[in-house]
Design a protein around this ligand. Structure first.
Ligand SMILES: C[S@@+](CC[C@H](N)C(=O)[O-])C[C@H]1O[C@@H](n2cnc3c(N)ncnc32)[C@H](O)[C@@H]1O
Length: 443
């Protein structure tokens, strides 16, 4: 029964996408870029699938579809400027606002609050960075997860004279202190609800909450999820006062660029948009906030240069010697959807969306940590890796990890010479990518 209901929702969704795609393609949107721009933040693979369906029904010309597919496969993407922040990681679902969107949100929040008011940026490092550079006539607080992104925001904040105050959400949530709360939870109900509850808790009565939510064509359940979020907000004492469709633009994160490239698709940057919802807190909420402040407790994070590597099961005592084991061809998971079943098997995940399992999580951990040890001049721990054989395995896997970091560094800069596949080139790269390595527990 559940399966039947889901397939009806998917059929309805496909029909809705087809109607929109048909209208766009029959009008002015004659290229892949124009279609992405004109359609309401529909995923690039959905648009291409829709074009195929329309061509099959002879609603649009097959030649047009072939042209669009050719454009989609051309890697002409201009790489957005390197962010001051560490790379976003798929496990954080971190889609960052464009600079324009961050300014729009901060300006909107400023307009809606009084001069000495308080803005709370909740889980939005992209907004925090923008707030450092803008003259904002408000007290600005950044409530963040305890991770390397927040560490970087902290350093940049210090370097700019500490214009904002920063706190970790695992040290407690503010209560009715903010005049405006800005948040952008990952677009799934199990993130939206607790984060919205915490935002309502932190907001003063009469204050406002600005939240970006998934536009209705993002996925089959997006519209229902969004309506449920608005009903849920009502129960939190929040009245909807404004809804601006597709007002928020996002940079395409490196992990998503790689995921799409693995499917042979190279969309222009910044095609993704979110809907801005503005609520006013009219009543007290009776719900206690229950934000999971330790949600990545299963994962350990290790940075190897710009590459952020997340490892799971590191306390398991397996004895394999392979280390990194492929899960998909080319190692890049060609999707960023949480519904993808392959995600469940992943034990090592890079910020370029490369996924692996392992026959020995401790070997992987030791190899990753050894990159940092080598950079700081210390040696591997002999108690853990006593025999020559074990030591060789650690060195070999460390070399593979450095190769991955080098490959992803080239991809990040749009170096066409790198194919999205594991190659023997990894082994010939220098060790310099480990020179800023750090190992921290997540969550
Ligand atoms: C879609 S991203 C939003 C980033 C935002 N667009 C920006 O540019 O700053 C979701 C963010 O929510 C954060 N997040 C997820 N769960 C959280 C929680 N329980 N508390 C605080 N932040 C959380 C993630 O770390 C991630 O940065």
């Amino acid at each position: 029964m559940v399966v039947a209901r889901r397939s009806i929702a998917e059929v309805d969704f496909a029909a809705k996408i087809d109607a929109l795609t048909y209208a766009a393609a029959s009008g002015r949107a004659r290229s892949f870029a124009a279609l992405l721009h004109q359609l309401p933040s529909i995923y690039p693979t959905e648009i291409l699938a829709s074009l195929d369906r329309l061509a099959k029904r002879r609603a649009i010309s097959a030649t047009f579809v072939a042209n669009v597919r050719r454009q989609a496969a051309q890697n002409a993407t201009s790489i957005e400027g390197r962010s001051l922040l560490p790379l976003p990681h798929p496990l954080d679902y971190e889609w960052r606002f464009t600079s324009d969107a961050a300014r729009l949100l901060l300006n909107r929040a400023t307009d809606l609050t009084r001069t000495d008011g308080e803005l709370l940026l909740f889980g939005t490092p992209g907004l925090a960075i923008e707030a450092l550079a803008l003259p904002i006539d408000r007290r600005v607080h950044f409530l963040a997860e305890n991770n390397c992104i927040t560490d970087r925001v902290r350093s940049l904040n210090r370097a700019t004279g500490s214009p904002i105050s920063i706190a970790y959400c695992n040290t407690g949530l503010p209560f009715e202190s903010a005049d405006a709360v800005l948040l952008d939870p990952p677009w799934y109900p199990d993130f939206v609800r607790p984060m919205l509850t915490a935002a309502a808790h932190a907001c003063r009565r009469g204050g406002v909450i600005l939240i970006s939510l998934a536009p209705s064509c993002t996925r089959p359940t997006a519209e229902a999820d969004r309506d449920a979020a608005v009903r849920f907000a009502k129960r939190l004492g929040l009245d909807l006062i404004d809804h601006n469709e597709l007002a928020i633009t996002y940079d395409t994160p490196f992990f998503e660029r790689n995921a799409l490239a693995a499917s042979g698709i190279h969309p222009p940057p910044q095609w993704r948009r979110g809907d801005l919802f503005v609520f006013r807190k009219a009543r007290e909420s009776t719900r206690a906030p229950l934000v999971d402040t330790n949600r990545r407790r299963d994962w350990i994070e290790i940075s190897i240069g710009r590459m952020r590597l997340f490892l799971k099961d590191v306390n398991r005592h397996d004895t394999g010697e392979i280390g990194l084991i492929s899960l998909v061809d080319g190692d890049v998971l060609p999707t960023v959807s949480r519904r993808d079943r392959r995600r469940r098997k992943v034990q090592a995940w890079t910020s370029g969306n490369r996924i692996f399992c392992t026959d020995n999580p401790q070997l992987l951990l030791e190899a990753a940590v050894s990159c940092a040890s080598m950079a700081s001049g210390s040696s591997l721990q002999p108690t853990l890796w006593g025999s020559m054989r074990e030591r060789d395995a650690v060195l070999r896997v460390a070399e593979e990890l450095r190769g991955l970091a080098a490959l992803e560094a080239r991809e990040e800069h749009g170096d066409d010479g790198t194919a999205l596949e594991r190659s023997m080139n990894w082994r010939s790269n220098s060790t310099s990518y480990c020179d800023t390595s750090t190992a921290i527990s997540s969550g």
